[in-house]
Write a protein that binds this ligand. Structure first.
Ligand code: DC
Length: 226
């Protein structure tokens, strides 16, 4: 039996890629891997262990010693992330985790260990993996590569809605600052920066619904998957 293809979906924060990637995986019966959640998990563990987020050596050691597993809920298509036997999912969207994660994602050693774990998840194919460097670094041989964009205002609105869903009050200006700052650090770091791969299909989701974007991706991939 031939191996199922892998699908890489990259894009900036708030571009809708998590929602889209999860839905694509569910439609195709693939495993969904949210690599941002893995960087968030290391950030959460570092904060819990009071590791200085500028101490790249200590962060690297933490990433090296962290075993990830993904629990997939087939009905909702959602996943939970476990680190060394602890379910860290409830903490990944905490304000302090979101505020600190791009410093952690800058650490080359953290990236090295997480990329290794991400490749293990994709080893047998049949994975939809989303992040910033999936098509360019993690899975350069992925059969399908997409880069999702949306304008800044749309991305701020989407992030605000996500936080509203948590029942928290939102400071939109603070969200804007965080997004702009995260775009900058994600795009300018030396290892695994956010950039559009020359072989990626770019989809601007500013005026598309999630369903439109999912349909587009599934249609493009279907020839190889069916
Ligand atoms: O997609 P997200 O907002 O959950 O990502 C959290 C952070 O992790 C963000 O600052 C970018 C970083 N990240 C990364 O550097 N590489 C990835 N493959 C995924 C996320």
């Amino acid at each position: 039996m031939s191996r199922l293809p892998n699908i890489a979906i990259d894009g900036p924060a708030g571009s809708g890629k998590s929602t889209v990637a999860r839905a694509v995986a569910q439609r195709l019966g693939f495993l969904y891997v949210d690599t941002g959640a893995m960087y968030r998990a290391i950030t959460y563990l570092a904060l819990k262990q009071q590791i200085d987020l500028d101490n790249q050596e200590a962060l690297g050691a933490l990433a090296k010693g962290t075993r990830f597993s993904i629990v997939h809920f087939s009905q909702s298509g959602s996943i939970s992330i476990w680190c060394n036997g602890e379910d860290v999912t409830p903490y990944l969207r905490n304000w302090d985790v979101t505020g600190g994660v791009s410093r952690v994602a800058e650490a080359a050693e953290v990236r090295c260990y997480l990329v290794r774990s991400q490749r293990v998840f994709a080893r047998s194919g049949g994975v939809v993996m989303e992040g910033r460097d999936i098509g360019t670094v993690v899975l350069p041989d992925a059969e399908f590569k997409f880069f999702l964009t949306a304008d800044l205002e749309t991305r701020i609105k989407r992030r605000a809605l996500e936080h509203c869903g948590d029942g928290r009050s939102i400071d939109t200006e603070e969200l804007r600052r965080q997004l702009v700052h995260r775009d900058e650090t994600d795009s300018n770091r030396t290892v695994g920066p956010l950039k559009i791969g020359s072989d990626a299909i770019v989809i601007d989701g500013t005026r598309l619904t999630v369903d439109d974007t999912v349909d587009r991706i599934v249609t493009l991939c279907q020839g190889r998957v069916a």
